[in-house]
Design a protein around this ligand. Sequence first.
Ligand code: PPE
Length: 397
Amino acid sequence: LSAWAQVEMGPPDAILGITEAYKRDGDARKINLGVGAYRTDAGKPYVLSSVAQAEQSILRQSLDKEYLPITGLAKFTSAAASLAYGGDALERVAVTQSISGTGALRIGGAFLERFHSGKAIYVPGPTWGNHGAVFRDCGLKVGQYRYFDPQTNGLNLGGMLEDIRALPKGSLVLLHACAHNPTGVDPSAAQWAEIQRVVEECEHVAFFDMAYQGFASGDVDRDASALRSFVAANRAPVLLAQSFAKNRGLYGERVGTFSVVGNDSAERDRLLSQVKILVRPMYSNPPVHGARIAGEVLSDPALRQMWLGEVREMAERIIRMRAALRGELEGLGSKKKWNHITDQIGMFCFTGLSPAQVDRLASEFHVYLTRDGRVSIAGITTGNVKYLAESIHNVTK
Ligand SMILES: Cc1[nH+]cc(COP(=O)(O)O)c(CN[C@@H](CCC(=O)O)C(=O)O)c1O
């Protein structure tokens, strides 16, 4: 009897599995709206010029391949923390490099399991498909708070605040900093202020997931404003998972940070010492190449400016494709409301399409998206938006 006889075949990943199905489809009209990865108007992956130039500069330096410290490349992590938090508060921030956003969430989950053990973490309903598994694998119980309102395809603020207020005092609350995945629904500044007040009054712990800074509005400071408001108030404890996968196109380089905000530098040092104790047995120390690139882009003034322009361009192309899709659908005489396509923000649109309609889009029209009806807008181009609208119209009329 095999030692692995009890190992069953697991299901494909709800998000990454869509790309596998797309690759198997031979039809020239096929469109991949599954994975949240930026594509140019030619439908191709995009290596930012700022990244390519930084990489060339690094290669010219013929650097060694020595281990990084447990907390990664300091030139990168300090610049990344500045980007996230803005200039101030940095002496309170314990920051470590992470294996992109997922790795940061994993470190944060493990940290909370160790120092807030027995508590559950509460994520928005719905949330990124991997959040639950990451936190369960950290040994945390995972709960949900109401977030998306299917009636309006917008935010259910009342339900959200009621649920967060009802949680046991000092609960762990996961918040998407901007560009909510999968709904594309972000709280307004006024709504964020209400959310912040409730989280603070209930003495909850706020764990921000910021995977799209700059990618939502095109402005890195604007997209970090909710996070910075919590930190400036310094009432609710804040943790942050920061990813450079999308806003810098460093997907496969796995570049990110995890950080915890303390009350002062002494507390920061204690926090960082425990983060290192957690990371060492997890993967010991992080990969160096992507961090060198990201650190170069952030610290070289010309490359930083170039990058800020490129991330704004990516955000603006997404916003143009939202308008184009809505316009085409309305032009086809669709009787459904499609304003949420342009009301929502960031990488994704929560279309409201049913699983059956999503299945038809794949089988009859070669259009691929996740079964929750989420569309990665970056997969839309001026060349395919008409066909896409016709396909959606055909399955919704
Ligand atoms: C909210 C959120 N948090 C964290 C991550 C992790 O990103 P990374 O830095 O690469 O570890 C992602 C990526 N989610 C998109 C990419 C594919 C994936 O699921 O992963 C997505 O939802 O399509 C998120 O959307």
